[in-house]
Design a protein around this ligand. Sequence first.
Ligand SMILES: *[C@@H]1O[C@H](CO)[C@@H](O)[C@H](O)[C@H]1NC(C)=O
Ligand SMILES: CC(=O)N[C@H]1CO[C@H](CO)[C@@H](O)[C@@H]1O
Length: 426
Amino acid sequence: MSLKALYPLVLLALAVSSSAQGQGALYSQCGGIGWSGATTCVSGAVCTVLNDCDPPTTSTVPPTTTTGPPTTTTSSAPAPSGSCTSPAPGSGSLRFMGVNISGFDFGCNTDGSCTASAAYPPLLQYYGKDGQGQMTHFVNNDGYNVFRLPVGWQFLTNNVLGASIDQANLAEYDALVQACLGTGAWCIVDIHNYARWNGEIIGQGGPTNAQFAQTWSELATFYKSTEKVIFGVMNEPHDIPDINLWAGSVQAAVTAIRNAGATTQMILLPGNDYTSAQTFISNGSGAALLKVTNPDGSVTNLIFDVHKYLDSDNSGTNAECVTNNIANAWEPLTQWLRCNGRQAFNTETGGGNTASCITYMCQQIAYQAQNSDVLLGYVGWAAGNFDASYVLSELPTQSGSTWTDTSLVQACMAPVAGAQKGSTGM
Ligand SMILES: *[C@@H]1O[C@H](CO)[C@@H](O)[C@H](O)[C@H]1NC(C)=O
Ligand SMILES: CC(=O)N[C@H]1CO[C@H](CO)[C@@H](O)[C@@H]1O
């Protein structure tokens, strides 16, 4: 018998057999759609993604493959004592659930080259798809409450690095932001440049931190009085040589946003490796970004941005899903967040409209909901101007006033349980 196999037995032996009222007994149900009974489990058991009170398994086994600090964080944790190791105190409901409304990022490549003229506003008045109608449907029929609105940096400055934001281009982008706000949802302003401008890395040979901060200062000035705008500092940094220098670039953006007067909105801080939730700790993004603060030294509303797909290479380009990401990403991240008293937001996830993705995505979302004290929510990739044939399409199809969601949205991603087939838009 391996050491790993012994852990559940050891933990069970340690467990105090106090079957407090309102806590599920070992192997009893602890959640699920329509479940109104106990959602926590007796000591020694954890509420799993399958909504059963099971003996803890992998969640309590120290990861062996990562170089991350799950054991050391317990000693340096600023969080209240004991909160580090307690399983799943989440309320069971996520704060944010949404969809990416893509279009203004069209023409952007992973090397940070974006063609400003390729930006394709997902709005009817600019000859795009009906992003406003999509968002209205997603809110009214599905219960979504956040949209991420990617935009290329080059579009904002009309292709000139270091220039002020182009007012005509900002007016077009703001039309989408206002359409989002008009639904009552929260709206993430996301600069979709992979930490780069035309192949060069911000603060590491490419644009200066001051140039990056200038764009953020102008955006934050524009939206400083809009409470429901969330600032997404940067989409998917990757292959960043020095993660601490990158944290300095993120700090420059945060300082610029706050000093522009946007003092209370949420700001999303992205790590390396395409903002991977799985390598956030092991490759040093977490440790580096922990040092980013507001100008007053606090970390209020500084939320870590993490992405995770469910396909074989975490690229979000395959129709089939192979994992719910719980053991490899969400469990260790959840633990680390609790230990450090911080929260994260999964702003890109998605899958094909396939049976495998429905299975795994439902499990991922259920796990996130169970850990909603530290995981704020998810935003699916993507609707907007994508074609319905796109492998990860969450584009609802419209027939008259009736919108029909994709099967993955219907089965898992829409907050309203059992999202309507062909619900009528309002
Ligand atoms: C891990 O971090 C190093 C340096 O911080 C970076 O060079 C490398 O690209 C990162 N690996 C991944 C997969 O992001
Ligand atoms: C859908 C999407 O944008 N997927 C991107 C996510 O990140 C990977 C890298 O891990 C890219 O290759 C994908 O294009």
